[in-house]
Design a binder for this molecule. Structure first.
Ligand code: FES
Length: 103
């Protein structure tokens, strides 16, 4: 079953940038993009790097360690050296808060 979890204030998510937060013991990256807020796991699937230390360009986050890129809308791995997609979370905005769907 899926549970909506209150993760952050909308105002805490920077425009055109990424922020790392902890939600119920999970390390999550929130992205402020032109079509809204997206959420994925914050740890790269290739190595131990935090994507919130990377570089967001449009809908792609570039890992700070080896420059792998993920689509933040789906978590899809876009280029080498990545072989594994990133987990992404459904997002809803309510009352100025960002909610993520956790299983
Ligand atoms: Fe992210 Fe290698 S740790 S691309």
């Amino acid at each position: 079953t899926m549970t909506w979890v209150d993760a952050a204030a909308v105002d805490d998510v920077p425009a055109d940038d990424v922020v790392g937060i902890e939600v119920q013991g999970r390390d999550i990256a929130l992205y402020g993009t032109e079509d809204g807020i997206h959420a994925t796991d914050n740890i790269c699937t290739h190595g131990h790097a935090r994507l919130c230390d990377g570089f967001l360009e449009g809908h792609e986050i570039e890992c700070p360690l080896h420059q792998g890129r993920f689509d933040v809308r789906t978590g899809k791995a876009m280029c080498a050296p990545l072989t594994e997609d990133l987990r992404s979370y459904p997002v809803k905005i309510e009352g100025g808060r960002v909610f993520l769907a956790f299983e």
